[in-house]
Design a protein around this ligand. Sequence first.
Ligand SMILES: *[C@@H]1O[C@H](CO)[C@@H](O)[C@H](O)[C@H]1NC(C)=O
Ligand SMILES: *[C@@H]1O[C@H](CO)[C@@H](O)[C@H](O)[C@H]1NC(C)=O
Length: 463
Amino acid sequence: MRRHSKKNILAVVLLVGVLYFLNFLIAGRIISYGPIPKELTFQGERLVSKESWVERGDYLPLNVSYQVLAGAPSTQQRYLSIGLSSVKRKKGSYLIPTLKSLFLQSSPEERSSMVVVVLLADFDVSWRVTTAVEIKSAFSLELEQGQLVVLHVPQDQYPSLTGLKRNYNDAPERVSFRSKQNLDYSFLIHYSAGLGKYYLQLEDDVSSAKNFLSTIRKCVEEQEAKKTTWAMLEFSVLGYIGKLYKSAHLPLLARFLFLFYQEMPCDWLMSRFRDLLTQREPIIFKPSLFQHMGTYSSFGGTYNKLKDKNFEEGLYTNPSAEVYSDMSTYKKHYPKLALDAGEGFFWGRSPENGTYLTAVFTEPTVVMGIFVETGSEGKDLLESAQVEIGHNVITTENGEKSCKEFQSVGMLENGRFEKLEIDKKYSFSSSCLRIKVTAGQKEWVIIKKIMISTKPRTITHQT
Ligand SMILES: *[C@@H]1O[C@H](CO)[C@@H](O)[C@H](O)[C@H]1NC(C)=O
Ligand SMILES: *[C@@H]1O[C@H](CO)[C@@H](O)[C@H](O)[C@H]1NC(C)=O
């Protein structure tokens, strides 16, 4: 009897204690309600840096079955895992030269510190078989030494790739293409998560600089010494190549790409991801360690030389932008292609006076140089047009973005425009670059490339 009553008293005391504590908690919540950005930032970084934080919970399972087509994942974690995804191309493949370049430019020591993961992401089985055979015969040693793994993810593992949202006025095929690309990268990154301490994203048509791994190692060490908060280091200014991540972030990144796969292209998603992990500004290392091979052979003349040189020096770093035009687009030669790295270009039917092509930057930026090339082999030049920069982003009646005010920085001459040191006169941040037609023409117009150099942003330190 006595014992029981003692227990009861203890229970009541405990209950009161718990209630009191709960009350305190709730009250505490109410009192501390409100924005505390500094602390949130700090906590965000701490949570995601814990090894496999996402993996430990069952909150967001990413259940993928992989087919290993060649090689075997090494059991020991290397310094660097390098991921690239490849699909069948109409014009020649650069996959084998890309892999050759990665291994040839590395010392034996560097090679043993890395593992290259190739996702053959095309659903065409005969292409996969041929490609896997080619890889096996060219890289038997690398496969044997765990420096190379070749994967595939069967089509039934992919969520729907048709009937997706049509964001950014993209045609359905374009939406399917970029959405699948996001899923390819998600699967690739998910697989690569544990293989290296750091992860480097590449594409299947790049050449690498000599000893790139040691350079990357040096840059990472510098960042660590400076205690920078970073989520992504950029070793190329192009699309989704030469981007370095910490392995601990990969489970999150894989899920992020998977969740938002139909929303926007992967290079936009990756800047959003960087932002979410509280790295405010891009951290870009120059000169670039990786370059596209694809563009070398296809374009001749001045364009080619200019482009190579500038990309090597990291001079032109087109800001991420949405591109609009009211010129009638021919086939799939969309306005955006004029700004994107690569072989694509804008092709419009006979433009009228006053029509435009406008790039609206994701973030305002100080424009230092602009290069515009139109036409191809002397045809489809834009005869008369003005190049303008603008600020104050607005949404127009037809749902496009533009700028409220524009200033002219010059006229195209013989279909070309090049101007440097624009920031001497216009030191403010711009949000738009517009090419405005000043006289209609019968001939169609090709805007082959617009290249913009922007003021290097200073790296912010958060410790
Ligand atoms: C993962 O998928 C496989 C096959 O689709 C299924 O058998 C398995 O139960 C799934 N596992 C989890 C944890 O959902
Ligand atoms: C183009 O339009 C502008 C503005 O309406 C006008 O000032 C200019 O004269 C036109 N150019 C030609 C060649 O018609």
